[in-house]
Design a protein around this ligand. Structure first.
Ligand code: HEC
Ligand code: HEC
Ligand code: HEC
Ligand code: HEC
Ligand code: HEC
Ligand code: HEC
Length: 478
């Protein structure tokens, strides 16, 4: 108790000094901000009228440091905000796919209004497309949780993602511009990072599958047939006959009403909205699944004879069948650039993921890989960073890299290394812009084989009187 109190006093004193100096002498200091999307990729769907896997929901974390001697992590006295040039209210309201989210999300999340009284688009946690970030002591960063971003057509070379419904290509790597201001409104620091969001591969199989079975090869036809198939499993539930708001039309349904999903903040399936009715002719009763959403999806497809014989005999290793692959290449970080490492080397293939029971604890430290080794029970052909130690906090969602802090326990692993699956230097140029800008000072020097796109290793990006040479900073201390 005593030592905690003492620490509190020190922290508060430090914060007070920070506030004072920012307000009184902003120009005396230089500030740095490092921002990252927590996940290397977030999945979205082109339509929301049938079902929802995951809502638009990207989270950015930004760490602010005041330079001068050793850098002070800033926790108050500044305003950190973001804006997203490719995703303004006007752009998203005019987008036909996003309109589907605006129309159907209140049925998926009863009580939620996707546009607020001022006409701004908001995500399910209330974040706007341009908004402020809040300091979060747990993650040691300013965070914006659940920003409702979406891939859009920009008319630029960034439009790389193929639309499974045949529309124009879209940009899955959206830009977030981060600004730090003092209380007087003076800009102290800025940076730009990527908010990745892309369509997965479900439609590639499910549109032709619907057509083969006499349904239109459209999202609506596919949903109708999905309902028929779901009614053939032990649940007997035709999900297309679930009418969540009682308007006489089936859908939309949220799979995580019945299949619990930690990525939706759930530790148990919450069940369907109270207004839910079944369409006339329905002969089943609603019940929740005992399995996680990750579990049913991975397990079913890896084991279905129809999938294996008619669609992809190698689905157990072809994660890009569903995770954003085609032209998006969500797995794009340095591991991909240097070697032939694939998803299965770190996570295991689907047969192994099932055998090691990973999907009973999805999205969690217990089942995810780390820098130090693959997922429990998986043997990798590649040597991981086994001798490397760094402790972490475990908020129960995601793993030891995203939730890791090193370097005196002050700097997030991701602040220096980039997001998971897009670790610096990334094979995708856009990911490297942030580090290249931070380490772009011509006074900085790099050893042979390294350059400014590598993980942040020039001490004087953050310190003032250490080295201008890039090297591996001390990692210990949490
Ligand atoms: C490689 C092709 C392929 C991909 C990719 C794919 N599916 Fe399927 N899916 C199928 C096939 C084929 C069936 C029917 C299998 C059968 O009848 O045994 C099926 C069945 C289903 C079912 C019915 C399961 C049940 O209850 O019986 C659901 C739900 C489903 N898929 C959802 C999805 C979602 C969501 C995605 C994307 C995350 C997806 N599928 C991606 C091929 C695919
Ligand atoms: C109203 C509740 C409910 C909803 C909504 C729901 N499911 Fe299910 N689902 C179940 C139940 C119950 C089972 C049977 C397994 C069990 O008892 O746990 C099941 C089974 C499955 C299976 C396993 C099939 C097999 O035989 O292995 C898949 C795949 C599946 N669901 C996918 C989905 C997808 C995808 C969605 C959203 C599009 C969805 N479910 C929505 C209740 C639901
Ligand atoms: C049939 C489609 C499909 C295939 C194939 C697939 N995934 Fe997934 N995966 C999904 C979906 C959909 C989610 C999101 C589920 C959720 O929201 O909980 C997901 C989530 C995950 C997660 C996070 C949840 C968890 O279980 O910890 C991991 C890890 C993962 N997938 C790994 C893989 C790997 C590795 C492969 C290839 C070996 C793969 N997936 C192949 C559809 C698929
Ligand atoms: C070099 C090892 C490695 C490879 C290759 C890899 N992953 Fe991961 N993956 C990880 C690690 C480590 C985590 C845990 C990150 C964290 O949350 O700390 C992770 C987490 C995830 C998650 C959960 C979300 C998250 O970031 O925590 C999903 C989904 C996922 N991986 C899917 C994939 C898919 C799909 C592929 C291939 C296309 C893939 N991974 C390739 C190491 C890898
Ligand atoms: C202050 C910046 C910074 C922080 C914070 C940081 N790293 Fe690093 N890390 C680096 C740099 C720079 C390298 C050298 C990268 C290279 O050689 O390309 C490195 C190297 C590594 C390596 C490569 C193996 C080795 O031993 O060199 C691993 C693994 C690693 N870091 C993991 C982590 C983890 C896990 C965390 C969080 C607990 C973390 N790092 C925090 C900057 C950082
Ligand atoms: C991303 C910003 C960042 C980079 C890059 C960085 N540091 Fe730090 N460093 C910090 C922060 C923040 C602290 C914590 C200061 C505090 O506790 O107030 C710190 C503290 C330290 C400390 C402990 C304090 C002390 O004086 O003993 C050492 C040693 C240190 N850094 C060395 C380095 C070296 C060497 C490099 C380059 C190879 C480096 N750092 C790169 C942010 C950074």
């Amino acid at each position: 108790m005593k030592s905690i109190k003492k620490k509190m006093v020190v922290v508060m004193a430090a914060a007070a000094i920070a506030v004072l100096s920012i307000a009184s002498a902003a120009s005396a200091y230089t500030y740095k901000v490092l921002a990252r999307n927590d996940l290397g990729m977030h999945c979205a769907c082109p339509t929301f009228e049938g079902f929802l896997l995951l809502p638009p929901f990207n989270t950015i974390r930004a760490q602010v440091f005041r330079m001068g001697g050793d850098p002070s992590p800033i926790t108050s006295g500044v305003t950190v905000s973001y804006s997203i040039p490719e995703n303004t209210d006007a752009i998203l309201k005019a987008d036909p796919y996003y309109s589907s989210w605006l129309t159907f999300s209140p049925k998926l999340f009863p009580g939620f209004a996707p546009v607020n009284a001022q006409g701004n688009i908001v995500g399910i946690t209330g974040k706007k497309l341009a908004d402020t970030m809040t300091y979060d002591a747990t993650s040691r960063s300013y965070i914006a949780v659940g920003v409702p971003v979406y891939p859009v057509t920009t008319g630029t070379t960034k439009d790389i993602m193929i639309d499974p419904l045949g529309g124009p290509k879209r940009n899955p790597y959206i830009t977030a511009n981060i600004t730090v201001k003092d209380t007087a409104g003076t800009t102290l620091a800025t940076t730009s990072t990527i908010m990745p969001v892309a369509f997965g591969g479900c439609c590639t199989c499910h549109l032709p599958l619907a057509a083969q079975n006499g349904y239109p090869a459209t999202p609506a036809g596919s949903f109708a047939y999905l309902g028929v198939m779901h009614a053939q499993n032990t649940s007997k539930i035709n999900i297309a006959m679930i009418d969540p708001d009682g308007d006489g039309v089936g859908g939309p349904v949220r799979c995580s009403w019945c299949h619990w999903d930690p990525a939706m903040g759930e530790s148990a399936a919450p069940g369907w909205p109270t207004a839910t009715k079944l369409l006339p002719g329905a002969t089943f009763t609603l019940k929740k699944s005992v399995y996680s959403f990750s579990d049913v999806l991975h397990r079913f497809h890896a084991k279905s004879q129809k999938v294996l014989t008619q669609f992809d005999a190698n689905i157990a290793t072809n994660c890009y069948d569903c995770h954003p692959g085609n032209n998006v290449n969500c797995y794009r970080g340095t591991h991909k650039g240097k070697t032939a490492i694939w998803c299965t080397d770190c996570h295991g293939n689907l047969t192994q993921r099932i055998a090691t029971n990973q999907m009973a604890k999805p999205w969690q430290t217990a089942s995810l890989p780390t820098c130090f080794g693959p997922s429990a029970g998986i043997t990798s052909a590649f040597a991981c960073h086994a001798t490397f130690t760094a402790s972490t906090w475990d908020p129960g969602l995601f793993g030891k890299f995203i939730n890791g802090v090193g370097h005196e326990g002050k700097v997030l692993c991701e602040s220096c290394h980039g997001s998971a699956h897009s670790e610096a230097p990334s094979t995708m140029a856009l990911d490297n812009v942030e580090n290249a800008t931070l380490q772009g000072n011509t006074a900085f020097t790099f050893p042979a084989g390294k350059d400014k796109t590598y993980s942040i290793g020039v001490c004087n990006v953050c310190h003032t009187s250490r080295s201008n040479n890039w090297s591996r900073p001390p990692h210990s201390g949490n």
